[in-house]
Design a protein around this ligand. Structure first.
Ligand SMILES: O=P(O)(O)OC[C@H]1O[C@H](OP(=O)(O)OP(=O)(O)O)[C@H](O)[C@@H]1O
Ligand SMILES: O=c1cc[nH]c(=O)[nH]1
Ligand SMILES: [Mg+2]
Length: 211
């Protein structure tokens, strides 16, 4: 099998807002609002290849053929907790999507993901899923979340991150070559604590003011 594609969503609005998300001077309220806005803009990019079908519509002056999304069933899977910061932004464009939650935190010493919660829609295997997390660092959390979904029988999975490190992208592509990854930025590297450089710091802490 080949490897999943990496799509960098480099729309000017996304890049502009990402700069203020990175800025250490951005306060919790503004950080949360900007992450929400970028998530909406990224949802626009990630849904670019959704198939359409043609229907007939009556306008006030004529009958015409026009296109609608062809009954696709979508599911959003934020990785708790930081993934929640992007969820509402994506739901603004995809309000009919169902939401599953996977709770993981990264052990600060080992950098290994620790799973603490999973709740998925009952029809999750029939849905095209978008796994949502602002940060793809070592890739351990993303790989673990996708493992959870595949063990449940899910087969159509995309990944959506604000910022990824090359190490994390490679790890996900190696472990799950069927998963395409959409990011707003591909950063330089990880530091010795597994933080993305230049990154934005700890996404969960900045979203919820916990540090
Ligand atoms: O690619 P990885 O090396 O696994 O790191 C990325 C993970 O780390 C962060 O979560 P964190 O563990 O800080 O949990 P939180 O969302 O509860 O803050 C982030 O939101 C990812 O889930
Ligand atoms: O840079 C990083 C790496 C992991 N998790 C974060 O929140 N930030
Ligand atoms: Mg965190």
């Amino acid at each position: 099998m080949g490897q999943g594609k990496l799509v960098i969503c480099d729309h000017p609005l996304i890049q502009h807002k990402l700069t203020f998300i990175r800025d250490v001077e951005t306060n919790t309220k503004d950080f949360r609002e900007l992450v929400d806005e970028v998530a909406t803009l990224m949802a626009y990019e990630i849904t670019r290849d959704i198939p359409l079908e043609t229907v007939t519509v009556q306008t006030p002056v004529a009958t015409t053929e026009s296109r609608v999304i062809s009954g696709r069933m979508l599911g959003l899977v934020p990785i708790l907790r930081a993934g929640l910061g992007m969820l509402d932004g994506v739901l603004k464009l995809l309000p009919a999507a169902k939401v599953g939650h996977v709770g993981l935190f990264r052990d600060p010493e080992t950098l290994q993901p620790v799973e603490y919660y999973t709740k998925l829609p009952t029809d999750v295997t029939e849905r095209e899923l978008i796994v949502i997390d602002p940060m793809l660092a070592t890739g351990g959390s993303a790989i673990a979340a996708i493992d959870v979904l595949k063990k449940r029988g899910c087969t159509q999975i995309k990944m959506m991150n604000l910022i990824a490190a090359p190490e994390g992208v490679k790890a996900v592509q190696d472990a799950h070559p069927d998963v395409d990854i959409y990011v707003a930025a591909l950063d330089e590297r990880l530091d010795e604590h597994g933080y993305i450089i230049p990154g934005l710091g700890d996404a969960g802490d900045r979203l919820y003011g916990t540090k």
